[in-house]
Design a protein around this ligand. Structure first.
Ligand SMILES: CN(C)CCSCc1cc(N)cc2c(=O)[nH]c(N)nc12
Length: 376
C-alpha cells in the first residue's frame, strides 16, 4: 500500500493525496460509505460505482461474523467476491460495535465477551479473533482491535483504556505477522489513537501509535457525543503527532461541516452512517443546506430535488415527489435519499480535494461550512 501527497493547502493543514491499494486507487480526502452487513443500505453496488463514484466502502467484523459468518464469506473467496465489489474495502475491528450494539458485554484484558444482538448467543472477541475475522473477510484495510471509551470518561478510565488499546495493538501486529494473507492481496493494519478528550493522553497515544510503522493511522474515540470544538481540538492535536506521509482516518465522522473542518486540520479519510441513516429518515444534504423532505413546505415544490446535485436522482425527481414517497412510506423514497446523500458526500470531499489542489480551500471551506448548516 502506498500514499502519495499531491498538494498541501498553504492556509490550513488540508492535504490532497492518492492511496494505492490492491483493489485500486483512493483519492483523498475521501468519504467511505458504510456497508456494515455487506451492503450499503438501499443502494446497489453498481450505483455506488457508477453514480455515487464511491472509491472505498466499509464492512464490519462484528456484523459479518454474526451473519453470514466468516466460513460463508471465506467460501465465496472473501467479501469482495461475496458482494461483487472489486474496489477497496475497510473493515472496523468489532469492539466499537460490541459496545454500541450488544447491551450485555464484559471487557477484560483478554478481550470482550458479548451476546449477539441478533439471537442472544454468547461470543468472545480478542485482538487475535478480530484479526482472524478481518483476514477471512479479506479487507484491504484492517482496523486494530481497540476500546473506544464512552464520552465523558474519567481520566483514570481513559488512561487505563488507552493503555489496554496499546497492548491490544501489539497483539494484533503479532497475530498478523504469524498469519499471512489468505487471498493473495495485501491487507494493511491501521492502528487507532485513543485517549478520550485529554490532551496529554491523546499526545501519548498518538506518539505510541505513530511508533508502529503502518500504512495509515486512525483517530478513534471521537464523534461519541463530545462537543464539536472538543472533536476539532483532539483531531488537530493528534494529526500534529502522526506521520505527514501516511493517511489519517477519523472514525465515525461526520456531518458535512465536521468533515470540512477536519480536512482543514489534516484528516484524509472519513466514514459516517449519517448520509444513509439520516437519509432514510428524510434528511437531504445539499450544497445550499439541509432539507427535511417530510416538511409540508415541499408539498407543492415541483423543482428538482437538488439543482446543483450531481446524481441522476437530483434531476429525475422533484422535492414534492420525494416528499410524497416518504409520506407513503415507499421504498423508492429511501433509495433516492440514500443515493442522493452519498453522492453529495462524495461530491463534497472531491470539491475539497480540487480546492486544495488549486490553493483556494481555506476561503471556500469557511463559506461552505456556513451554507452546509443552513436549514432550508
Ligand atoms: C459505521 N461506522 C460508524 C463504523 C466504522 S467507525 C466506528 C467507530 C466510530 C467512532 N466514533 C469511534 C470508533 C473507535 O474509537 N474505534 C473503532 N474501532 N471504531 C469507531
Amino acid at each position: 500500500m502506498n500514499f502519495e501527497l499531491k498538494a498541501q493547502d498553504s492556509k490550513s493543514k488540508a492535504r490532497a493525496g492518492v492511496l494505492t491499494t490492491a483493489h485500486g486507487e483512493i483519492q483523498t480526502p475521501i468519504f467511505m460509505p458504510v456497508g456494515t452487513v455487506a451492503s450499503v443500505k438501499a443502494v446497489h453496488q453498481r450505483e455506488l460505482k457508477e453514480d455515487i463514484k464511491a472509491q472505498i466502502i466499509l464492512g464490519n467484523t462484528y456484523h459479518l461474523y454474526l451473519r453470514p459468518g466468516t466460513d460463508i464469506i471465506n467460501g465465496a473467496g472473501g467479501l469482495h467476491k461475496f458482494m461483487n465489489w472489486d474496489r477497496p474495502i475497510l473493515t472496523d475491528s468489532g469492539g466499537y460495535q460490541v459496545y454500541s450494539l450488544s447491551n450485555n458485554n464484559k471487557i477484560t484484558e483478554e478481550g470482550v465477551k458479548f451476546k449477539s444482538h441478533i439471537d442472544g448467543s454468547r461470543h468472545f472477541f480478542s485482538p487475535e479473533k478480530s484479526m482472524e475475522i478481518q483476514r477471512n473477510i479479506g479487507a484491504d484495510i484492517i482496523m486494530a482491535f481497540d476500546e473506544c471509551p464512552p464520552y465523558p470518561s474519567t481520566y483514570e478510565y481513559a488512561k487505563n483504556s488507552m493503555d489496554m488499546t496499546h497492548r491490544w495493538l501489539q497483539r494484533c501486529i503479532d497475530w498478523l505477522k504469524e498469519n499471512p494473507e489468505l487471498y493473495g492481496f495485501e491487507q494493511s493494519l491501521f492502528p487507532i489513537v485513543q485517549g478520550s478528550t485529554y490532551n496529554d493522553l491523546r499526545k501519548e497515544s498518538a506518539e505510541t501509535i505513530a511508533s508502529h510503522p503502518c500504512d495509515g493511522y486512525a483517530i478513534g474515540g471521537l464523534s461519541v457525543g463530545e462537543p464539536h470544538d472538543e472533536m476539532y481540538a483532539m483531531s488537530d492535536l493528534v494529526c500534529s503527532y502522526l506521520p505527514e506521509d501516511k493517511p489519517r482516518y477519523l472514525m465515525g465522522v461526520g456531518t458535512p461541516a465536521n468533515i470540512l473542518e477536519n480536512i482543514a486540520l489534516g484528516v484524509d479519510m472519513f466514514d459516517c452512517v449519517m448520509p444513509t441513516r439520516n437519509g432514510r429518515n428524510g434528511m437531504i444534504f445539499t450544497s445550499e443546506g439541509i432539507i427535511n423532505i417530510k416538511n409540508k413546505k415541499w408539498e407543492r415544490d415541483f423543482s428538482p430535488l437538488d439543482p446543483n446535485g450531481t446524481s441522476f436522482v437530483d434531476s429525475d425527481y422533484s422535492k414534492a415527489y420525494l416528499r410524497h414517497l416518504f409520506a407513503a412510506n415507499e421504498y423508492l423514497g429511501r433509495q433516492i435519499a440514500s443515493l442522493h446523500n452519498l453522492r453529495f458526500y462524495l461530491w463534497l470531499v472531491n470539491e475539497a480535494r480540487e480546492k486544495i489542489i488549486d490553493g483556494t480551500f481555506a476561503s471556500w471551506k469557511n463559506v461552505m461550512v456556513e451554507k452546509l448548516q443552513t436549514r432550508l
